[in-house]
Design a protein around this ligand. Structure first.
Ligand SMILES: Cc1cc2nc3c(=O)[nH]c(=O)nc-3n(C[C@H](O)[C@H](O)[C@H](O)COP(=O)(O)OP(=O)(O)OC[C@H]3O[C@@H](n4cnc5c(N)ncnc54)[C@H](O)[C@@H]3O)c2cc1C
Length: 635
């Protein structure tokens, strides 16, 4: 990892006492919640009363320590566990994984088999939601929310199934859209910004009103003149951005398309854009957040399709230029969706909650796993085995060091597909191979609660892209006034700054899956202090000149690591065009006796709506007379 050459740990305030492991003490909810019933908001400060309340935990979150070790021992070391003890509990079905897909599976199961069916949802993390993770900070009499994982709803892609679920949850997309000022860091007074850091570019330089995706050539040239790179690189960039030509003149459309889908974007920049390594470096991490991969691993077609520069070399203009990103959002991202799902399944966790107050709701985690509830959600429970039997399915899991088994009619695997071959070793080999193909993309989302937005306001920015740093983008997370929560852009008080991206794999690693594994290993090897040093370096260099005091103004840090992040969607350079029915996700998600497969992996697309659609399918594949259709292992 890059260590700052110019700042010592002392300069960065590394020794300072910030909130990193527990929660921020404050009684901020009261101010926000005057008009809400006590059951919605809870009383006092969640966490400080000693209650189990993971959203306020800081430090290493996302896949936090304690959540993945059992699965790794099983999958990586082939470890065996003590014989299970059978639970004295009765359920009709078990869901493996309490992400949005698993929660949706429980919903659809009740819709199909009846409200009285008994469901156990097992989740290896200390919180529910999977990637839909809420980060909650309390400071200065206020609660400040941020997203710890999945951000937004791409509602224009919703199926009827997803729209119906949103209706049932009371999610009103129009209302969400109408109450969003947030613009992913691009809508500061001076527009988007690029921050060049001294460790990479020799000097710290913030360039406001600037983006690598600028479409106005004159404005781009003015910006390039200020890029702290060599004059050779600057001149290459000027030529590239101002060129108006068709480098494929006389070549057939098919041949152009074949080139665009088989050539790396960075190779295209070199071959046709005339850029050398120094200029190409500016684009290296541009897709860390959006795709979870290096730009070198994406095709020309994929990059031009999202509005990256280069279309001017094809004699065309880009449709993507006109594209706004009209997503709907809650102030804790899609964690509000997961919370609404949980509340619908287990109303006792937050009585009186609805989509209009969900962001403020205090959830009573002690109600998640109650004897008298038809749906029980058990956290800190890693499933290690699920096997079809003559009565249905036997599911074994580890909770608090104990090996426990539960026997049910049905089981939905809503977990990552790569782990399923280890949980269901009897699966057909072709299915296991297909599941192992679905290597997820690591992602990183670090929230830093800063004392005030003043420095950024002074600079006229709401965020920046950082082509030289670990986190490729930063945005101030405010301006989403939905779910009962308000944090206006004009508010200069404490605000979460979201550092967004992934860990780059070694430049020598070529194969995409090897890249993902390398990035994952690096991500897990970094300590909290490594991440802290990184964000402090950026804050000092970027905001220090505008009055930000890195020793004083950092209030809390929550690092959300997602070693298994985005589902593997098929990429031009790495995946063949599979014949229908033969794509890995189609083989991977076939039912297996009374076990069916959900998760966004089953749709080979990393979206909330995909996770929901796949849950619906997985439940429809379960048959009423489950015990009559058990898998016959001897067949
Ligand atoms: C940082 C980030 C940002 C994203 N942003 C967006 C976005 O803006 N919009 C969007 O639509 N999508 C986004 N996504 C994609 C996101 O993956 C999906 O939207 C959706 O949340 C996936 O839900 P899921 O239930 O399929 O999987 P997950 O959320 O991964 O849930 C699966 C759960 O199963 C658990 N599990 C795994 N193995 C076991 C086991 N053996 N035993 C028990 N539990 C187990 C996992 O720990 C996890 O909690 C983002 C993803 C990430 C990581």
């Amino acid at each position: 990892m890059k260590k700052s050459a110019q700042y010592t740990d002392w300069d960065l305030g590394m020794g300072r006492d910030i909130t990193r492991r527990d929660f921020i003490h404050d009684s901020g909810l009261a101010a926000l919640a005057l008009s809400l019933p006590v059951s919605v908001i809870g009383s006092g400060d969640p966490g400080s009363d000693g209650q189990y309340y993971p959203p306020t935990r800081t430090g290493l979150r996302g896949s936090h320590p304690g959540s993945f070790e059992t699965a790794h021992a099983l999958a990586r070391e082939g470890r065996s566990f003590p014989a299970p003890r059978d639970l004295d509990e009765e359920y009709d079905m078990v869901v493996v994984g309490a992400g949005i897909s698993g929660l949706a599976a429980a919903h659809y199961y009740r819709a199909k088999f009846g409200k009285d069916t008994r469901i156990l949802i097992l989740e290896n993390h200390d919180d529910f939601g999977g990637h839909a993770k809420r980060n909650e900070f309390h400071q200065g009499g206020q609660m400040r929310l941020s997203l710890g994982g999945t951000h937004n709803l791409e509602h224009w892609k919703f199926s009827d199934t997803v729209n119906s679920l949103m209706d049932e949850l009371g999610v009103d997309i129009e209302k969400l859209l109408a109450n969003k000022e947030f613009g992913y860091g691009r809508n500061g007074e001076k527009g988007p910004a690029i921050w060049f850091d001294a460790d990479t570019y020799g000097q710290d330089k913030l360039l406001t009103g600037s983006t690598l995706n600028e479409k106005d050539p004159d404005r781009m040239v003015e910006n390039i003149d200020q890029f702290p790179v060599s004059e050779t690189a600057r001149e290459q960039l000027r030529q590239f951005y101002t060129a108006r030509t068709n480098v494929f003149e006389g070549v057939s459309e098919e041949q152009v398309m074949a080139y665009m889908t088989s050539t790396s974007y960075t190779d295209f920049l070199r071959q046709h854009g005339g850029l050398g390594d120094e200029a190409v470096q500016l684009f290296d991490n541009a897709n860390h957040g959006g795709w979870g991969v290096e730009t070198r691993s994406l095709s020309v077609a994929e990059c031009l399709g999202i509005g990256m520069p280069g279309i001017q070399l094809l004699g065309k203009t880009s449709e993507a230029d006109k594209w706004e990103y009209p997503v709907a959002m809650f102030p804790d991202g899609n964690a509000s969706i997961a919370r609404l799902q949980v509340q619908a399944l287990i109303p006792d966790v937050a009585p009186g909650t609805n989509a209009d107050n969900i962001a403020l709701a205090k959830f009573d985690y002690s109600r998640l796993d109650q004897l008298d509830s038809p749906v029980r959600l058990r956290l800190n429970s890693t499933v290690i085995n699920a096997v079809n039997t003559d009565f249905g399915v036997a599911v074994t899991y580890i909770n608090n060091g104990k090996t426990l088994r539960v026997k049910v009619r049905h089981c939905v695997m809503a977990c990552y597909h790569v782990i399923i071959p280890h949980l269901c070793p009897d699966l057909p080999e072709a299915q296991k191979t297909a599941q192992k193909y679905q290597v997820k993309r690591p992602l990183l989302l670090t929230n830093v609660l800063i004392r005030s937005s003043e420095a950024m306001d002074n600079l006229g920015i709401a965020g920046a892209s950082c082509p030289g740093r670990m986190h490729s983008h930063i945005f101030m997370f405010k301006g989403i006034n939905t779910g009962g929560y308000t944090h206006k852009f004009a508010d200069k008080g404490p605000v979460p700054l979201t550092f967004w991206g992934t860990i780059a794999p070694s430049a020598e690693v070529v194969d995409i899956k090897a890249q993902m594994r390398d990035a994952r290993a690096r991500m897990l090897a970094l300590t909290f202090e490594d991440y802290e040093r990184e964000v402090r370096t950026v804050l000092k260099g970027m905001l220090g000149p505008a009055g930000f005091d890195v020793k004083r103004d950092v209030l809390a840090i929550t690092v959300n690591r997602w070693p298994h992040g985005y589902s593997h969607d098929y990429l031009d350079l790495w995946d063949p065009d599979w014949p229908e029915g033969e794509a890995p996700h189609e083989i991977a998600s076939k039912p297996f006796g009374n076990i069916t497969m959900a998760n966004s992996d089953a749709g080979a697309d990393a979206y909330t709506h995909v996770a929901i659609d796949q849950a619906y399918r997985a439940v429809q594949e379960l048959s009423q007379g489950a015990s009559e259709q058990v898998y016959d292992a001897s067949a």
